[in-house]
Design a protein around this ligand. Structure first.
Ligand SMILES: *[C@@H]1O[C@H](CO)[C@@H](O)[C@H](O)[C@H]1NC(C)=O
Ligand SMILES: *[C@@H]1O[C@H](CO)[C@@H](O)[C@H](O)[C@H]1NC(C)=O
Ligand SMILES: *[C@@H]1O[C@H](CO)[C@@H](O)[C@H](O)[C@H]1NC(C)=O
Ligand SMILES: *[C@@H]1O[C@H](CO)[C@@H](O)[C@H](O)[C@H]1NC(C)=O
Length: 666
């Protein structure tokens, strides 16, 4: 017995000895291997008798309705469908539009023709296209939806070629996107960023009619009163809490903790997006849904140029984006390993841009693109390199016009510490060079057009941005960074909070913060005294209306008090007023007399909805207001900022930065 025991235990020791080194020598990130067989395409009729196209590369098996070209199934790692099998639309492109006789159209762009574009050892590219036939049922557009499935690749590339002919009727296109509804039985954990990820409620938890949730101020936001997971009770769910600036919107998606599988939407480039690098877009949200918008009015509003006039031609390639799947059957922390792997894959996709395997000649290769280099200097009293400045090429227009541009391509980068920049992979075309510099007000536009030819390398040497300034700074409020981040952001309400944003850098993403204004200033509005007040505590992040009761709101007037030891009566002072957001607002400015006619008024501006949608900014606006010295006094002065529109809780503004400049010395 004893000897047998001894033998057994020594065998265990030997086994352990043999196994341990293997266990320890394994890399920390273990992701499941790939299979390298050529992808196949099959056209079949499924059991309902409808046509399908199936592409299979041994790793994923993707089914498309044909010739519509909706993605109906993704089989991966033994999961029959990673997408939601209970919904008809699970993986689709769509457009919202208005045209002749169509007030609010939603077009899911179902193709009418299927073609195989490429099929070889390495990859399959297929097309589902539709030409406009003149009817009013569909948006007047020719659309070619492309899907690429490559060998040894765990995902699907997709891009769309959208084209409008000049003779077609006028149309308004508000939104173009691609959306996926993933399987709700498996995917519960959502990731938007390192510090923005959580277990999510379900679609059913949001159901107001079944008494699971309560409606809030607008339909996207609900208070979860009876969620399936009691931990979510009294939390808020609102997809806009997961919005992201385009420059940071490279990868987001869902993890199935049970199946150890991740589903990711990777955007390797921003060239095909609208509105520039800091425009915000939706990402993933309850559904479980994951999407990417190519064109939208989100956080800018109707100012986006989404109208196509009769006579106007347009063609744009949207994408490719990459739908990436990963799995980690061995790891014991799939949330971490799958997210880390998704970020690694994103880096790989960004480095591979522009992809060299895209068949369409409308997508120029790296050799067919150009490079623009230069150095940006900023001259605000003295000349300095513009460090960490944003510079970009966008269609020709006024300074700042890129903010509302949807029709062309944009190429953005940031300058280095000494102001140098390189914008590469630029599609051939005519552009303006635009930019802005954190810490300075205003928009830069280089005076000359930049014409990029295929394969060209253009060096602009030094370009100088002169930010608006008419005189020395007398005082300032905030920092010029195009956001209201630095101001006072109140605590959320206990019964409508999202715990994700407690103690978080993005505290402004909580629901209902705007309502705190009326509590803080029930009778008298905000008064800010230069030299005494501190904008981090005393300047509310949004200039909102005051709630009187559920249906009555009133305009509010903020005051800035400041002391002038001396006034040059003949001099011209300047109030630099930079706004980070405006929603159906009208800002009136008065000097030292609250009851006078406004000295300056913005008129009705903005539909960016950034207050309701928890963006800390929308579109940027700068007003340089000339203030004659005769309006000012020696001693105490007051500037009255009145936001005069007050239909409801969401008319209002966010300030970026305010500065009073003395008269010019020269
Ligand atoms: C397949 O892809 C994986 C991951 O990128 C790579 O490590 C492997 O070498 C590839 N296999 C083949 C046969 O290309
Ligand atoms: C900035 O870029 C220029 C041009 O590429 C380079 O010479 C310089 O070393 C860079 N400076 C820093 C601080 O990275
Ligand atoms: C907030 O975050 C900081 C830094 O991560 C941490 O030290 C602190 O304990 C957190 N506070 C709460 C209340 O979670
Ligand atoms: C304003 O308040 C912040 C936060 O409390 C503090 O860090 C900063 O030093 C204050 N600024 C001034 C000028 O007192």
């Amino acid at each position: 017995m004893i000897s047998q025991k001894k033998i057994a235990s020594s065998m265990i020791c030997l086994l352990l000895f043999l196994l341990l080194p293997i266990a320890f020598s394994e890399p920390t990130r273990i992701l499941d291997g790939r299979s390298a067989r050529a992808p196949t395409v099959q056209q079949i009729r499924n059991r309902h008798g409808t046509r399908e196209v199936i592409v299979d590369n041994g790793i994923i098996r993707v089914s498309f309705s044909s010739p519509q070209g909706l993605i109906t199934g993704i089989k991966y790692k033994g999961i029959d469908n990673v997408l939601n099998p209970h919904l008809r639309a699970r993986g689709y492109w769509d457009v919202t539009w208005q045209g002749e006789n169509i007030r609010q159209g939603l077009d899911r762009i179902e193709g009418t023709k299927f073609r195989i574009i490429t099929q070889n050892e390495e990859q399959v590219e297929i097309s589902f296209s539709r030409r406009w036939n003149g009817g009013s049922r569909h948006i007047p557009l020719n659309v070619d939806k492309r899907y690429i499935i490559r060998k040894n690749t765990s995902g699907i590339y997709t891009y769309g070629i959208f084209e409008r002919l000049p003779e077609w009727p006028e149309v308004e296109m508000g939104l173009i996107r691609i959306a996926f509804k993933v399987n709700p039985d498996r995917f519960h954990y959502m990731v938007v960023a390192d510090n923005r990820q959580r277990e999510m409620p379900t679609d059913d938890d949001r159901d107001i009619h079944r008494g699971h949730a309560k409606a809030l101020a607008y339909k996207e936001a609900v208070q979860l009163t009876h969620p399936h997971n009691h931990l979510f009770e009294n939390q808020v769910d609102d997809k806009y809490q997961y919005s992201c600036e385009i420059k940071d919107n490279k990868v987001h998606g869902w993890i199935s903790t049970k199946s150890h599988v991740g589903f990711w939407l990777i955007s390797p480039s921003d060239e095909y997006r609208s509105g520039g690098p800091i425009k915000q877009e939706l990402t993933s949200h309850v559904g479980p849904t994951t999407l990417t918008t190519f064109i939208s009015e989100h956080y800018v509003g109707k100012d986006m140029e989404t109208n196509y006039r009769a006579g106007e031609a347009w063609k744009k390639v949207l994408g490719p984006v990459f739908i990436y799947l990963n799995s980690d059957s061995t790891g014991n922390n799939p949330r971490k390993s799958l997210w880390e792997d998704a970020k690694r894959q994103t880096k790989e996709e960004v480095e591979a841009w522009p992809y060299d395997f895209v068949a369409s000649s409308d997508f120029p290769s790296r050799q067919e693109r150009g490079i623009v280099t230069g150095r940006l200097l900023v001259n605000d009293r003295f000349l300095t390199p513009a460090r960490s400045a944003y510079v970009g090429l966008a269609p020709p227009g006024q300074a700042g016009s890129w903010q509302t541009n949807t029709k062309g391509y944009q190429f953005w980068t940031k300058t280095n510490e000494t102001g140098y920049f390189t914008i590469d992979n630029v599609r051939p075309g005519a552009y303006n060079l635009y930019g802005w510099v954190p810490g300075f007000i205003g928009d830069f536009r280089y005076q000359n057009r930049v014409n990029v030819a295929a394969g060209s390398k253009i060096s602009l040497h030094s370009v100088v941005f002169e930010p608006p300034r008419n005189g020395p700074t007398l005082w300032e409020i905030g920092v010029p960074d195009r956001t209201a981040r630095e101001y006072y952001v109140p605590e959320p309400y206990k019964n409508t909070l999202n715990p994700l944003y407690l103690n978080h850098t993005d505290r402004f993403r909580q629901y209902g913060l705007w309502e705190r204004y009326t509590e803080l200033y029930p009778n008298h509005d905000l008064v800010y005294t230069i030299g005494v007040s501190n904008y981090t505590q005393d300047w509310f992040y949004a200039h909102v209306t005051r709630k009187i009761d559920d249906s009555t709101y009133e305009p509010t007037t903020w005051q800035i008090k400041f002391h002038l030891p001396y006034v040059n009566w003949r001099g011209s002072y300047t109030l630099q007023l930079a706004l980070a957001s405006a929603s159906r607002a009208n800002l009136q400015v008065r000097f030292n007399n609250e009851n006078s006619r406004p000295f300056f008024s913005t008129g009705n501006i903005g539909r960016d909805n950034a207050i309701a949608r928890h963006g800390i900014h929308g579109a940027y606006r700068l007003y340089s207001i000339n203030v004659p010295g005769r309006l000012l006094r020696t001693g105490t002065n007051t500037i009255y900022l009145r936001q005069a529109k007050a239909m409801g809780p969401f008319e209002g503004l966010m300030y970026d930065y305010i500065r009073l400049e003395g008269p010019s010395r020269d």
